[in-house]
Design a binder for this molecule. Structure first.
Ligand SMILES: [Zn+2]
Length: 345
């Protein structure tokens, strides 16, 4: 709308002339005005959506979106500007593709659980075994002492009997005493036999527990061996991939929200146009995960410098500003006062 106040009139006429002139040029020679259109991530936020997330991943679409929004804010806090915008309609999408990499992560997690439960269980069995073993040792010592006494008493009795037999028989009172001793010895012999059987049973229980532990250890070792056979020794692998230009971010592997946020933040950096990795291992754009603060990631100086190298924070020239306004603003949205501001800058 044209301002009508008298005082503004001279400015209005000047601006109108400028606008008409600029439009005339852009119609006559549009190529002249194909100045750098807004660079996504530099001059306007990159719009992204979340695509298919295979259900075998530990997070669903909602979880991946939450991690993405957090990855977005890591960049935006660090740069102090809006560089990403979640837009469900955007063709640039984050997807999670399930393959050997995530399968390995899942199986490694399961193996860790198996080993942990084996350790808990075997600690319990080992305690039980140690208790039984202590009882066995104690009972065995007592048994051996009793048995030794019994052998001595038996030998003494046998010697006494032999002596009286040699003498052609014992007097009645001695005979009776020897008969009593014989009965006592027989009883002690029975008791010792029972004790010995109990000891055998106890030893059997101790051995059974040891065997159970060995069987479990064998099963766990077999699981570990199978895992190693299938996946080899642990090695770094690509967790995510940015497919240019703003086509997609593909996620291959993550353990949970924390490492996913870091993976997405790294791939976001590539989406911003950072092609080279940086040298500081605390940087998002370092080539490996590990040195960064995984729970609370932030940009390092190197990350910011890498971004600035892609998006120099330059003020567009007046010519660029005019061209950009004309190219990027729909005719119906054009505002004369706004255009005047650019023109008279
Ligand atoms: Zn990378």
């Amino acid at each position: 709308m044209l301002p009508t106040s008298y005082s503004r009139k001279p400015i209005v006429s000047l601006m109108t002339a400028g606008l008409i002139a600029a439009m005339a040029v852009s119609v006559a020679a549009p190529a002249l005005f194909r100045l750098p259109a807004g660079i996504p991530g530099c001059d306007m936020p990159i719009r992204y959506g979340v695509g298919e997330i295979d259900q075998r991943f530990p997070l669903d679409r909602k979880g991946v979106l939450a991690a993405s929004l957090e990855a977005e804010s890591v960049w935006e806090r660090g740069l102090g500007k809006d560089v990403f915008l979640y837009d469900p309609q955007s063709p640039f999408r984050i997807t999670a593709i399930f393959d050997e990499r995530q399968k390995m992560t899942t199986e490694a997690r399961m193996l860790e659980e198996t080993v942990a439960s084996y350790e808990a269980e075997s600690a319990e069995i080992e305690k039980k075994r140690a208790d039984l073993l202590a009882r066995y040792e104690r009972d065995k010592k007592r048994f051996e002492a009793d048995a030794e006494k019994y052998e001595e008493a038996l030998a003494e009795y046998n010697a006494e009997v032999a002596k009286w037999n040699e003498a052609g028989g014992a007097p009645a009172d001695i005979y009776e005493k020897l008969e009593d001793t014989k009965k006592e010895l027989e009883e002690e012999g029975r008791r010792l036999t029972e004790a010995s059987e109990e000891l055998q049973a106890l030893a059997g229980r101790v051995n059974a527990l040891a065997k159970a532990m060995n069987t479990k250890a064998g099963a766990v070792n077999e699981n570990i061996a199978k895992f190693k056979e299938r996946y080899g020794d642990p090695r770094p692998f690509v967790q995510g991939l940015y497919v240019p230009p703003l086509a997609s971010i593909e996620i291959f592997q993550f353990e949970g929200k924390d490492d996913l946020r870091l993976v997405i933040a790294h791939e976001f950096g590539h989406a911003l146009g950072i092609e080279e990795h940086v040298g500081n291992d605390r940087s998002l754009m370092y080539y490996l995960m590990g040195g960064q603060d995984i729970a609370a990631p932030s940009l390092t100086e190197e990350d910011v410098a890498a971004y600035e190298a892609v998006c120099p924070d330059k003020t567009p020239s007046k010519r660029e500003a005019i061209a950009r306004y004309l190219v990027l603003t729909a005719r119906k949205d054009m505002d004369l006062m706004e255009f005047l501001g650019i023109l008279l800058r």
